[in-house]
Structure formats: structure tokens, C-alpha cells
Design a binder for this molecule. Structure first.
Ligand SMILES: Nc1ncnc2c1ncn2[C@@H]1O[C@H](COP(=O)(O)OP(=O)(O)OP(=O)(O)O)[C@@H](O)[C@H]1O
Ligand SMILES: [Mg+2]
Length: 333
């Protein structure tokens, strides 16, 4: 049985239906009108224990609303959710023991308490044993570098410190199912790296993860499966490598030539490839279809005829695929 199962999950919000301008605002005060807005629109999602699932989509797509539905914070307008066999909304307390949640935009630390006290409160709330608590804090310290600011008041922490402390709070009871909504938002590269390594570790240890992020490197490093949501509906659901293999049909090589690169001449000489100018005058990028040409063949061809000073392969980027998916260019599944 999947650890998480959502069927035809929908959430509608009632939004004030105001006419425009001052007149509209006054009218709304006298006669309130509302219209329904569907933020999550019939989502079917099954997650097996141990999976690491990226949940991505443009701003306003319905990601945070879905996470709130899945964690029981919001009640669905339609459809059902089961997490470890429970309805997370009606069985919130039992559900809370099995799940960990982090909303990167908010904190669950008590603002005026030292980090350590927030963690101890959660320890008692969840009934974590002293031994487990000690072991977990030691692990968080090792992987996240938590120790130094355990005595610090939450409100004095930097964003990166706060996020790491929040992550420890979300995981102190060793939940089986973890939801992280933008855990790397606003963090610098070194903290992001540390967090990703940590997330990879908890996934390797068997935790099931649903991760929302606008940073696709988070997703590629941590998750195996990707669910793309757009306007409340699932646009793609499958392994990340399949999404790439299916939609990334071209590869690219960057060349640095001895002299100036003349893109027009090069395109005439090698009409099978697509040529584009690089940042410097001597730089040029060659794009080719991976189904038609092998990388070795292209490199052989280019080095023999152009004798470049240097060359490098461009990694195929999932960003491009996601951008096209968001833009609705790719067929939806
Ligand atoms: N409580 C609410 N009342 C009315 N509308 C809401 C409410 N919460 C969310 N919405 C609307 O639902 C839509 C989806 O919001 P949601 O926060 O789920 O998006 P998101 O995918 O998490 O976006 P982001 O990437 O910006 O975090 C948005 O249009 C938002 O304005
Ligand atoms: Mg959100």
C-alpha cells in the first residue's frame, strides 16, 4: 500500500468578487459577493514508502495548497487523502506523529526561545525518548552544523541558521513521511549544498520525501521522481531521468577557437549543427541532435577541422524542459 494516496483532490477558495476601483470596494462593503477559485483541481497522487518526489510548478500553481491538504492543515473541497492509512485532516494528532513538515517561508521555532528549547518542547510533544533525542541532535549537528547556535534565540538567527533549525524541528520525531515546501529559499550556495546533502542522507535512510522548490538543482540532487503541477493540475508525473531523456533531444559543445569565431561561416561549413556565439569573441556553442549524432563523432569532426584551443560539454539542463512544460509547450500527460 502506498504511504500517501490522494484521489481527485481539489481545493476551492472563496475570493471576494470586487468591482474595480473605489466604487467596487464600496459596493463590496454593502453587498458582499464572492467567486470560487480552484487552487488544486482533481489531483491523483500516490507515493510509495522510500520515494523522493519533487513537486514543482510556477508561482501560484497550487503547490503549497497541495502540501497543506496532504498534511491536514486544510480540508479538501473534494477528494480524499490517506497518509499511512489515516485522513490527515480528521486525524490530525495521530497523523502529526508520523509526518514532518517545513514551510520555508515560515518558521515553527518559538521566536523568543533559544533553538534548544523549541526542540525540547517538540521532544516532549512527540514523546521522543532521551536517547533518541540525543542521537538525533548529534546527527543534525554533524550534518547541519546546529550545535553553535542551539543556545541562540530564534529571532536572532540568520535565515540559513533558522532554516537548519527548522529542519531539525521538522525531523526530531523521525517522521516516515516528510513534506518540505521550499526549504532552500533565500539560502546561499554553501548552505544549500549542505541542506541538499542532508536531504539526500535522510532519503537514503528510508524517509519518504515530498519536496517543493524553485531551485531545480535541489530537485535533481535529492529526488528521483518529479511531479509538475500547473494551474492546480498535474502536468507531468514520472522519473526525472525519463523526463530528461524524453524532452532533451539536443546536446551542446562549447568551443574556444584560436581567433575570432565567425558564426555565419561556421554554420555554412557545418550546416548539420546549430551555431551560436558565446560570451567572448573566440567562443562559440555548437548544438546538435543527440538522435542523429554521437558526441564522439561531433567532437572528432570539430577538433579535426577547427583545432579549438579548448572545449567543454554543456550538461543537458532540466531547467529548459521545465520551462517548456510551464509554458505549456510540451504535451501534458
Ligand atoms: N487561503 C487562500 N485564500 C484564497 N486563495 C488562496 C489561498 N491560499 C492560496 N490561494 C491561491 O491559490 C493559488 C495557489 O497558491 P499556492 O500557495 O498553493 O501556490 P504555490 O504553487 O505554492 O506558489 P508559489 O510557488 O508562489 O509558492 C494562488 O492563486 C493563491 O493566490
Ligand atoms: Mg508555495
Amino acid at each position: 500500500m502506498p504511504i500517501l494516496q490522494a484521489n481527485s483532490l481539489s481545493k476551492r477558495f472563496r475570493r471576494p468578487d470586487k468591482g474595480s476601483g473605489f466604487k467596487g470596494a464600496i459596493k463590496h462593503l454593502v453587498q458582499r459577493k464572492y467567486k470560487n477559485f480552484t487552487a488544486v483541481d482533481g489531483i491523483d497522487l500516490e507515493i510509495e514508502a522510500g520515494e523522493s518526489v519533487a513537486y514543482v510548478g510556477p508561482n501560484g500553481a497550487g503547490k503549497s495548497t497541495t502540501v497543506k491538504l496532504l498534511t491536514g492543515i486544510l480540508k479538501p473541497s473534494e477528494g480524499t487523502v490517506r497518509v499511512m492509512g489515516r485522513d490527515p485532516h480528521t486525524e490530525r494528532i495521530a497523523n502529526a506523529h508520523g509526518i514532518g513538515v517545513l514551510f520555508g517561508q515560515r518558521t515553527q521555532l518559538w521566536w523568543d526561545l533559544p533553538v534548544e528549547e523549541s526542540l525540547k518542547l517538540l521532544k516532549h510533544m512527540y514523546g521522543v525518548s532521551d536517547a533518541d533525542y540525543k542521537a538525533r541532535i548529534a546527527k543534525f549537528d554533524e550534518l547541519l552544523g546546529l550545535g553553535e547556535y542551539m543556545p541562540a534565540l530564534a529571532r536572532t538567527l540568520s535565515l540559513g541558521q533558522r532554516m537548519r533549525a527548522d529542519l531539525a524541528c521538522a525531523l526530531i520525531h523521525n517522521p516516515k513521511m516528510v513534506y518540505l515546501d521550499e526549504p532552500t529559499i533565500g539560502l546561499d550556495i554553501s548552505v544549500k549544498d549542505r541542506l541538499r546533502a542532508f536531504l539526500r542522507q535522510i532519503v537514503d535512510d528510508g524517509t519518504t520525501l515530498l519536496l517543493t522548490s524553485h531551485d531545480l538543482a535541489d530537485i535533481e540532487e535529492v529526488c528521483e521522481r518529479i511531479v509538475v503541477i500547473d494551474e492546480g493540475r498535474i502536468a507531468y508525473d514520472g522519473p526525472i531521468h525519463e523526463l530528461k531523456a524524453h524532452y532533451i533531444t539536443t546536446k551542446a559543445v562549447n568551443l574556444i577557437l584560436e581567433g575570432q569565431a565567425d558564426v555565419v561561416k561556421l554554420a555554412e561549413k557545418f550546416p548539420d549543427y546549430v551555431w551560436s556565439a558565446g560570451e567572448a569573441a573566440s567562443e562559440v556553442t555548437v548544438t546538435y541532435e543527440s538522435a542523429r549524432f554521437t558526441t564522439a563523432g561531433v567532437l572528432g569532426d570539430l577538433t579535426a577541422q577547427l583545432a579549438p584551443r579548448d572545449l567543454s560539454l554543456s550538461e543537458p539542463s532540466i531547467e529548459d524542459v521545465i520551462r517548456r512544460l510551464y509554458a505549456g509547450e510540451l504535451t501534458k500527460k
